[in-house]
Write a protein that binds this ligand. Structure first.
Ligand code: SF4
Length: 141
């Protein structure tokens, strides 16, 4: 498990699918029970950047083409769904909404779902890039 640094009562954003919310592209979750123990110690605020960006659930799977999440934010790469449609705008909108929450709630960090074009760290997703660029700690599970 990624080593998470926290103090009691810290606020963290968390990818909602890790808490069992059925917000993934396929209408499923990616529940990760080892994280559930944190609920007793931390304030966890679930977010799904793709839903916050206005995409439906279920939705077509998407991938970043031509770079990583930071490149998408800078307009140098695109997020394309499996029909070749450019959904970059929705991904960027979702990242901005999550960043707004992070700043408003003064979060200690964000616990994000791996291998997602929004939340992943390797490769870097669009929301992970926005949070990291703003100086927030991001962890991947
Ligand atoms: S965008 Fe993030 S929170 Fe939403 S389903 Fe994908 S990995 Fe989970």
């Amino acid at each position: 498990m990624t080593s998470l640094q926290w103090r009691s009562s810290d606020t963290f954003l968390i990818s909602a699918c890790l808490l069992g919310v059925n917000c993934r592209y396929d209408g499923q979750s990616k529940s990760y029970p080892p994280l559930y123990g944190l609920i007793k110690h931390l304030r966890l605020v679930p977010v799904c950047p793709e839903q916050l960006g206005g995409l439906p659930t279920p939705r077509r799977p998407a991938e970043i083409k031509g770079g990583d999440g930071l490149a998408v934010l800078l307009g140098r790469a695109q997020v394309l769904n499996n029909q070749g449609e450019d959904v970059s705008e929705a991904f960027i909108r979702g990242a901005r909404e999550v960043l707004k929450l992070a700043q408003t709630l003064k979060i200690r960090g964000a616990i994000l779902k791996s291998r997602s074009p929004s939340c992943g760290l390797d490769p870097l997703g669009v929301t992970a890039a926005a949070l990291r660029q703003a100086g927030f700690k991001v962890y991947e599970f």
